[in-house]
Design a protein. Structure first.
Length: 113
């Protein structure tokens, strides 16, 4: 039920897209760092097998109250709760990777990295 309320009844998601530009901080997935994504053991060197930091665990989708996949880009259903950031940071900690694969960032800052 909460997904339905967030998607259809909450006005925030509808008007937020007209209120930001390429320098506004949004919740964003760092595709340069995360792609290509894939499952692996903690013992495997991700660079040696040609993988990014994303282990494709879908924790970010599971914790999202609207059920979106932030890895597909910002979507109008995103209410900016940052649950995906917290979930991803916990996985990065367990894997021994740096935090911030999903983080608050502007479109311009992601393009510069």
């Amino acid at each position: 039920m909460r997904e339905q309320v967030c998607k259809y009844m909450c006005p925030y998601a509808r008007f937020q897209s007209v209120m930001f530009d390429r320098d506004t901080l949004i919740i964003a997935y760092d595709a340069k760092r995360g792609q290509p994504r894939g499952a692996r053991s903690r013992k495997v060197d991700r660079k040696a097998v040609g993988l990014g930091d994303c282990i494709d665990c879908s924790i970010c989708v599971q914790v999202c109250p609207t059920g979106i996949d932030i890895r597909n880009g910002l979507q109008y259903e995103c209410i900016g709760c940052a649950a995906c950031i917290d979930g991803c940071d916990q996985v990065m900690d367990r894997m021994g990777y740096p935090r911030g694969l999903i983080r608050y960032a502007s479109s311009n800052s992601l393009a510069e990295d």
